[in-house]
Design a protein around this ligand. Sequence first.
Ligand SMILES: Nc1nc2c(ncn2[C@@H]2O[C@H](COP(=O)(O)OP(=O)(O)O)[C@@H](O)[C@H]2O)c(=O)[nH]1
Ligand SMILES: [Mg+2]
Length: 594
Amino acid sequence: MYVVATAGHVDHGKSTLVRALTGMEPDRWQEERRRGLTIDLGFCWTTLPGVGDVAFVDVPGHARFVANMLAGVGPVPAVLFVVAADDGWMPQSEEHLDALVAFGVRHGVLAVTRSDLADARPALADARARIGRTPFGDVPAVAVSGLTGAGLDELRHELTTLVMTLPVPSPEADVRLWVDRSFTVRGAGTVVTGTLPAGTIRPEDRLQVARDGRLVTVRGLQTLGRPTAVASGVARVALNLRGADRKDLRRGDALLTPGRWRTTTEVDVRLVAPARRALPERLVLHVGSAAVGLRVRHLGPDAARLRLDEPLPLRVGDRAVLRDPGAHEVSAGAVAVDVAPPALGRRGDAARRADQLADLTGQPDPAGEVKRRGVVLGADLHAWGHGPPSSPPLVGDWYVDPALGTELRGQLAKAVMAHREAHPLESGPPVEALRRTLQLPDVRLVEALLVAPYAARDGRVFRAGSGSDLPEAVRSAVATVARDLAEHPFLAPEPSRLAELGLGPREIAAAARAGLLLRVTDAVVLLPGAERVAAKRLAALPQPFTVADARQALATTRRVAVPLLELLDRDGHTRRLPDDRRVTAPKTPGAADE
Ligand SMILES: Nc1nc2c(ncn2[C@@H]2O[C@H](COP(=O)(O)OP(=O)(O)O)[C@@H](O)[C@H]2O)c(=O)[nH]1
Ligand SMILES: [Mg+2]
């Protein structure tokens, strides 16, 4: 399906033309038909040979109802621009054109209607030239009469050509349906309608209301008045919803694919046409079908920060109209270039931000965004409209700018050294303490940033091979233990001997971490590698063997043999049988290291 919005000054024949093209009534309200004036949006459709269904969103042309016009045009990619032959270009012709340009609409057909009342050629040439000076460029133009039907075939032909050139949006895209109507149907409940710009909706889908995060379920789905099992953008859709009252949802609300969007009240934008003069501070932002008050803070000649009165689900590249309702004109167009902008609290922030904004275009730029933010979640990049960077995340969903990563590694090394100096008997600082020092959002980032000789173990970061960092007294005590053990490697020093050497549990743990001692228990220490020698000797025993057999084979006491065997059990060198005897087991390589 294709969707085309009308545009043009009031009474120029938009509704009459839509009626003639579709055979349907765009003015839905009695008051509209009584006054012959479109007040709100109208929805009609027809079939064009070769391209299928084309829906029209017919908009009001009266200056008082421009907000309604903008709600209808916001999500629609193509326009049928209408000018009356007998009236020519008028103020809302201009304002509607400004709005279309600001919204980024680039596809359109010009119809100069009421051609039965006046020569259409002057109005057509003038309108075509005016539109031609905008990014629309040269548009196809047709003289028609909604009354006599003259030129309608040619208009249908041009509309067919137009819709065939429209870009096809991705059916996989995240859904953001801007609600343009909500009402209650007896027996069915709440129904909302809107123009689905991209993505796919099916019955039973869960959608999230942007305003309050509430989840609703699609109970039923219609397009062009018929129930359907699936609708992909671009499409006019009507959703019957479970989980929402009619009063909960209104024009300007958005229904979203859950979890894939973020709402924001601050957005940095690039200002685009017309922006003829300095903007007033208070304006209204029109995006999708929403209209939200805002404050403007200029950050450079064509860049500004917008502070919205209400949060909106925006993405980079979104196009909006900034309008001064008092002045009856579109003040500017805006392209969202950063929907999660940094705070501007400190002196100089605004100037720095202006420099940054000069480079931002509103195009998705995941790599640039990682660079600007340093550390960022992939889910946030997606929600902001950037998509995933080409290189993989550092850990989990975290992306880290390589240059910042290098800097952080340097800071990590410094922090580890500083900690070792302050606490020589600890292996190193806790990972969580480093996370705080480096102001990182997740401890996993600390671990992922570590490179040799730094490593994390038991929640702390240490520098490998750092026995030389041990205090001199501990190193010489360990050397004495090593001499004691030289002849009888399993006759661990008695507790009194350890105490005499000043080796308490902390010192022993530090020496063990440095790889200078094997700590069997706080009171039983051997030399590193003793467990492998023990395993070898035990393997030479007749299997299975008892604790007494092991004690003899290792030439040691029960005090040492019992905890040493338990250590060997844990490491997989030996296996304990139900009768308390043991067998040696070929150790699974690396199993104990994991
Ligand atoms: N003679 C003539 N009158 C037309 C034509 N199109 C619209 N009108 C009349 O112009 C007036 C405004 O038309 P309407 O479609 O409501 O204009 P809109 O405000 O742009 O939607 C109505 O009285 C129509 O009957 C046309 O092609 N020829
Ligand atoms: Mg009308």
